[in-house]
Design a protein around this ligand. Structure first.
Ligand SMILES: [Cu+2]
Length: 142
């Protein structure tokens, strides 16, 4: 029960913070544009298929996100979301809260430390790469 309350509190906080920044725009926003989806791509660090699941799940947990795909090779996230319900920044924050670094928000260290060993990505890792960049010298063996 306590856990549930905690989760609700977190969501309420996220809702408030993103709500504040949007308050002014809401009045001018055309209602007919509410279904239009905004696309965004940005870098997110991660290693494997498990990371992919965690990252995508975190992005999907943000209300208004309809698509979230993370590319393991290029460390690139593609999202589409309803801009009347959320912001790109809210998605960055949700991913960071799940332990992963994004271009704009550093991943939560506590959550990172609880990630399985294979998912403990390198904090220096390049992200948002074009697919060609790492082909030649990716002899990054563990
Ligand atoms: Cu992983």
């Amino acid at each position: 029960m306590k856990k549930v309350l905690y989760a609700v509190a977190i969501f309420a906080t996220i809702g408030l913070t993103s709500g504040f920044s949007q308050n002014h725009e809401n009045h001018t926003m055309d209602k007919s544009e509410q279904t239009a989806m905004t696309m965004a791509t940005f870098g997110v660090r991660g290693n494997c298929g498990m990371c992919k699941k965690t990252i995508e799940k975190a992005a999907h947990s943000v209300e208004g996100v309809s698509k979230a795909t993370w590319n393991k090779k290029t460390k690139k996230m593609m999202v589409s979301f309803d801009a009347s319900k959320t912001t790109e920044m809210a998605i960055h924050k949700a991913i960071a809260a799940s332990g992963y670094d994004t271009e704009k928000v550093k991943g939560s260290e506590t959550t990172y430390n609880n990630l399985p060993g294979c998912c403990k990505y390198d904090h220096e890792m390049k992200m948002n790469q074009t697919s060609e960049v790492n082909k030649e010298h990716s002899s990054h063996n563990h």
